[in-house]
Design a protein around this ligand. Sequence first.
Ligand code: ADP
Length: 499
Amino acid sequence: MADNFKNFINGEWVEPSTGTYFENRNPAKQKDLIGHFPRSSREDVDRAVAAAKAAFPDWSRTPAPARGDILRRVGDLLTERKDEIAKAATREMGKTLQETRGDLQEGIDTAYYAGVEGRRLFGHTVPSELRNKWAMTYRRPIGVCGLITPFNFPLAIPTWKMFPALICGNTVVIKPAEDTPHTVALLIEVLEEAGIPKGVVNLVHGLGEEVGAAIVEHPDIPVISFTGSTETGSIIAQQCGRMHKRLSLEMGGKNAQIVLADADLDLAIDGVLWGAFGTTGQRCTATSRLLLQDEIHDEFVARLMERAKGLKLGYGLEKDVEVGPLIHEASLKKVEEYIEIGKGEATLAMGGERATGDGLDDGFFFQPTIFTDVKPGSRLATEEIFGPVLSVIRFGELDEAIRINNEVKYGLSSSLYTRDAVASFRAFQDLDNGITYVNAPTIGAEAHLPFGGVKQTGNGHREGGWEVYEFYSETKVCYLDYSGKLQRAQIDNYEASPY
Ligand code: ADP
């Protein structure tokens, strides 16, 4: 009998007010029931928000270095429990243990980075235009932050949002993806053990349209951070716009790897295999387009297919497995629909079907798939599939590749393989993406650098690095005039000036 999991509200593990639960099963082995998770309601969200609001005055006045101490402890505990939590993440999410260990490490790095940021949180000191007057800024906490996270990085993405929010002095209510609630429950256990004060972090499990929507619509949550599909992001943005909320969106991608004829082809093949089929193509930075220069196109495709055919599919906890399952049946169906669309637009060079046999029948496995002769502008070339499907596009000159890269509505990540320094800088300058890699795949963000995309991938904010701290705090400007007289900015200084 699998466990009934609970919400975490005001420092306590509590049952949902609804008394109802949803099942969480292993996507590689559907018979494996991980547990029943609360199908919470607005009432549970209200309770969590009330707890977060009550905890805010004290937490926001706790010195940021002291808040940072708790996060350093969180980093230590995540390190101790890295294997155990990574295994739980693989069991509910499907990607390989090597990848979920990476996911955990990203959370650990984010914890330590945030811990140190508690000793910085810099403002600016700026000269005033008037005599005997100081001008400076500092970063002020905002309030309760609502965090809505996806399944594909079940540990890292929650930490990307939660840790900076906490360091800045905010309290949080988090709703994890319904496919990966267990990993976040374990993260909350770690925060609890690290000594996070009650009410500062609250976890409400549930469905997007119920708990997610209740968080977005809650009048006492001024800040929302969301990672997920562009469609859901639009719904959330409309609501936040109506309620004047601060919103960070991290959404879809249609990321391209461009290979020039002068590139190290072995390196480029390693890159695209990892970029396209790692995490079963379910990363927002996944390589879903491969742009090959004419001269090397045929050789590259042949060698890539040879390697891709050798990828081992299976349960991510088993030895040597390289590609796990898709997250659920709906995702598998979506990929199948795109295979049909693709067959009408391009050449199916390999894959294209559910993967069966050999221990795969009870999971959502799909063969690594490659389409060639894909035309720029076609649906295969422009729409996000979120599965192990790679579309190969042929091009002549770098300018053409840049144009093709840029003619999609998304703008998260891009990659160029070349030995040409000039081409590399052209890529940095002209590819319309938030992240460009040279001689590395489209995936591989580091915790201390800003992460995010342009166009419909995001709304101008960044996660990670130093920039995210701006999102979770308000800039307060402070002037102190010690001249002892009324000094009028823009008037007294200029009228007294000989210039
Ligand atoms: P993905 O396809 O990556 O799962 P989704 O956008 O469907 O992306 O889900 C990402 C997160 O958004 C999940 O936690 C999900 O429950 C939540 N979500 C889905 N619909 C809504 C909604 N209408 N309002 C708020 N959150 C939602």
